[in-house]
Design a protein around this ligand. Sequence first.
Ligand SMILES: [Zn+2]
Ligand SMILES: [Zn+2]
Length: 269
Amino acid sequence: MNSKNNIIKSNYHTHTYLCNHADGNVEDYVKKAIELGFSTLGMSDHAPFIFLKDRSVRMGIEDYPIYLKDLDDAIRKYSNQIKIYKGLEIEYFRSQKNHYKHLLETLDYLILGQHYVEINNRLMSVYDVRTLDQMKAYVKNVIEAIETGYFKFICHPDIFLLNLKEINPNDKEEIMYLSKLLIEAAEKNGVALEINANGIRRGKLIIKGEVRYQYPRKEFWELVSKSKVKVIISSDAHHPDLLFDEAMIEAYNFARHLGIEVEEELVID
Ligand SMILES: [Zn+2]
Ligand SMILES: [Zn+2]
């Protein structure tokens, strides 16, 4: 693939080696983004979070100064070639509000990657969500996060539908209603929704002859196409080479087929 591209000028969802499941440091990504002709690169590694014990998928609090220094060094070195934003991807829990405020003192933005849902005071992985009640808990959690104003966009908002191979006709109305509530909250609060290329990288499923992704989920994004909510496409890159790959092109095609207009850049102050 030609490394210069004409369609993608930015990416705000980017992970480094510090999260323990990605490759490349900030500078590796910056160099790649410049090579691709990007005008903007937002780094958003998995945030340090003492509240969550999943150290294998996020940076430790002791690594955070390294992350910030890598970002500041890259900004100093490359600011005449590319705009670099300092961010983190993180889950939202009401009890942890001070943590977000604290992080935003040193960062340009946060993005919401709600990988856990709080149900009856216990945390459940979003990858295990299956029942309507669990989906409701996810949507409620995400809407609450949207309303705080801490987050620039919602990563893979449709991830709660991941385990539904087919949407049961009896549940369809309720699920579409939940999706609509989430979309409306994002629209009302000026928070963008993300079409996540990493979902596309997870591969395709064939359900009753129909080929589809685990996410992005068409039923969800059809509703988005009827709203005025801002939409962004992210690589969710876990390797510099994934900043612009086939999955990104597929993500753009997915949006185009549904008539969804995608933001080229986000306003980050
Ligand atoms: Zn990750
Ligand atoms: Zn991510």
